[in-house]
Design a protein around this ligand. Sequence first.
Ligand SMILES: Nc1ncnc2c1ncn2[C@@H]1O[C@H](COP(=O)(O)OP(=O)(O)OP(=O)(O)O)[C@@H](O)[C@H]1O
Ligand SMILES: [Mg+2]
Length: 310
Amino acid sequence: MKVIEVHDLTKIYQTRLRKGNVVALDGVTLEVEQGEIFGLLGPNGAGKTTFVKALLGITQITSGTALVAGLPPQDPLSRSRVGFLPENHRFPSHLTGLGLLEFAGRLHKIRPGRIHERADSLLQLVGMEKWAGTRLRKYSKGMSQRIGLAQALMAEPDLLLLDEPTDGVDPIGKVEIKEVLKRVREEGKTVFLNSHLLSEVESLADRVAILSKGKVKRIGTVDEFTRRSLRYEIEAAIGNERIDIPEKIGRRISITTKGMTVELIKEEYINQIIDQLRMKRVMIRSVTPVKITLEQSFFETLTGAEEKPA
Ligand SMILES: Nc1ncnc2c1ncn2[C@@H]1O[C@H](COP(=O)(O)OP(=O)(O)OP(=O)(O)O)[C@@H](O)[C@H]1O
Ligand SMILES: [Mg+2]
């Protein structure tokens, strides 16, 4: 089942300034399946928050269509299926963690008897039982985000929309948040998150899209983004041996005394390279397909260049 279906979505902010209008989303098409963790990546100003606001029905779309759980975002039924954690949220700091969950429960019109049951299980899910009675103003950024996730989950939504959930959180806090999100996915819920923290998303998301200047530049699984199966690192004592790589097979990227990196046109050509090395009695230590990080892939998608500047 598709939880998010967006087709040719455009959002133009009308500004009063002379600068004119801002095209925040420019013909975005994407779909998210139930049970996925989906990451929307993009530089500052790419349109990520605007996209989430459109899914929540907070911002009016200029053209195109958006469906959340099969319903238009403005439909109250659709709203009730979505849990939301805003970017830079400011929950009232005098509330305790439990107080915030009770407040969210009342907002969602959950019956009073059920509110505490729900709050208890969510405090456990996000590992905040011990801090339930502490006021939010004493929470660390990581704790605020975890209680924020709990409030977003109060009404048992099918979809969790998270705007930069790990921004400003320390490394341990980030790991804890990722664990919570994986548990949420195990329950069959869908998680859609905005982020510019690529290494976070790399180890968490099933699929990602790269948004730039309001347009989707690329969409796919994390594996598709980071795999570059036709490039191989060959660890071998090549020394002075001449290894020919005809143009119709591929090209050499680099060579050192420790080995070489090649990029081939077809996977099976690796055998030809290995045959040559063996014929010349070169000792082969390893042949490894090269993987790139999501960050490298992101950079290449945005600039078209292969090397990230140092
Ligand atoms: N209410 C608004 N009125 C006018 N322009 C806006 C408004 N909100 C956002 N914009 C503009 O729309 C574009 C997209 O903004 P948006 O906040 O969606 O980007 P973002 O990808 O979430 O960025 P960030 O990574 O900084 O959070 C930007 O150029 C921004 O200045
Ligand atoms: Mg944003």
